[in-house]
Design a protein around this ligand. Structure first.
Ligand SMILES: [Zn+2]
Ligand SMILES: [Zn+2]
Ligand SMILES: [Zn+2]
Length: 99
């Protein structure tokens, strides 16, 4: 985005992930320049730098209670959801118990 001197203080911004339009997003100014910051939560998956807005596909892990984008949802049953990190040791425990 090019920074203009007459840049408006708010703007309608589309979420880069889900495409939802956020109305009257406030202009933020810092060392990196001026930008419109959608109110969002970062995905907690290592290496995933997606910022999830309120309408992005996301879930809260029932174990670590962190928020992730839906692509890291590994286990889901009756409202219980596990991220890929929390699901892994449980799967190993299960395998050991059955061995
Ligand atoms: Zn979104
Ligand atoms: Zn988790
Ligand atoms: Zn993610």
């Amino acid at each position: 985005m090019r920074i203009r001197s007459n840049i408006p203080r708010t703007a309608d911004v589309d979420c880069p992930n889900c495409g939802a339009t956020h109305l009257k997003v406030a202009l933020q100014v810092d060392e990196g320049g001026a930008y419109y910051k959608i109110d969002s939560t970062p995905c907690n998956q290592d290496g995933c730098h997606k910022r999830l807005c309120s309408t992005c596909s996301q879930f809260r892990c029932s174990d670590c209670l962190l928020t992730f984008c839906e692509e890291h949802l590994d286990v889901e049953y009756s409202g219980f959801k596990l991220c890929s990190v929390c699901a892994r040791p449980r799967a190993e425990e299960y395998e050991e118990a059955c061995a």
